[in-house]
Design a protein around this ligand. Structure first.
Ligand SMILES: C[S@@+](CC[C@H](N)C(=O)[O-])C[C@H]1O[C@@H](n2cnc3c(N)ncnc32)[C@H](O)[C@@H]1O
Length: 244
């Protein structure tokens, strides 16, 4: 009997923020291929009967190319295994889950998507920043910091009255802020950088478009971090002293 691949989101790294479905498929898996940014969920994996394969990055370099991961998923499923492909947050938000399901479909492998709570929404939330609020921008845009030059329409982005949430943007924060200011966004626009959201070491650095890059440098902020740009950041000031 052919197996099946579950493309599973681990959420923002806390065991109790996994979905019930994610927990079920993890506990029933024969093999789990997992990424780095899954926080304490990695300890849960050790409690399963599954073969564990870490396919995340080591020192910023991918241990396996995406093509190799695709092949592993497909070959394991062809051997009849129940395979879990576990990713941080949601698999379809800057998580390459889309590439994996395309490959599996091409190979005729059965797969199922198990959503996870994305860090793009949950990490700002953990810092007291709701990504939307009725009194502020009526839209929210998620961007990757890796694309800062090539494909993004900065002019449109700067003009859009939307909260901007940047993933993988830390090393490029200076350019991101410069681009937005150059294309007309108010340099005073509030910005928050949330480092290691939901982890014990979570930190929040606040500033605005014109000074946040310097603050991030001074505070030695390191990945993973989510950057939130927009007036919603101001809400944090009103709620941050309340208990979790
Ligand atoms: C490759 S993307 C994957 C995103 C993931 N699929 C999701 O939905 O959250 C990795 C980026 O997610 C963000 N991220 C993930 N977990 C985080 C956390 N616990 N704290 C801060 N940022 C996090 C960072 O911007 C990081 O560079």
């Amino acid at each position: 009997m052919p197996g099946k691949v579950f493309i599973v989101g681990a959420g923002p790294g806390k065991r109790d923020l996994l979905t019930l479905k994610a927990l079920k498929v993890i506990m029933e898996a024969d093999v789990i291929l997992y990424d780095d940014l899954i926080g304490e969920v990695v300890d849960l994996l050790k409690e399963t009967k599954a073969q564990l394969i870490s396919v995340g990055k080591r020192k910023g370099v991918h241990k396996f190319e995406q093509e190799e991961i695709n092949k592993m998923l497909s070959e394991l499923a062809k051997k009849g295994k129940k395979v879990v492909r576990l990713k941080g947050g949601d698999p379809f938000v800057f998580g390459r889950g889309g590439e994996e399901i395309e490959y599996l479909a091409k190979e005729g492998i059965e797969f199922e998507y198990v959503p996870g709570i994305t860090s793009a929404i949950a990490v700002p939330g953990a810092a007291g920043i709701p990504v939307t609020h009725r009194n502020f921008d009526p839209a929210v845009v998620f961007i990757t910091g890796h694309e800062s030059k090539s494909r993004l329409n900065w002019e449109a982005l700067a003009k859009l009255n939307a909260t901007i949430v940047v993933l993988m943007g830390l090393s490029n924060i200076e350019n991101i802020c410069k681009n937005l200011i150059q294309h007309g966004k108010d340099p005073e626009t509030p910005v928050a950088v949330i480092e290691k959201g939901f982890y014990q070491e979570q930190r929040v650095i606040e500033g605005n478009l014109s000074n946040i890059a310097e603050k991030v440098r001074e505070e030695n902020v390191s990945p993973p971090a989510v950057i939130v740009i927009g007036k919603v950041v101001e809400i944090r000031e009103r709620v941050k002293n309340f208990p979790k």
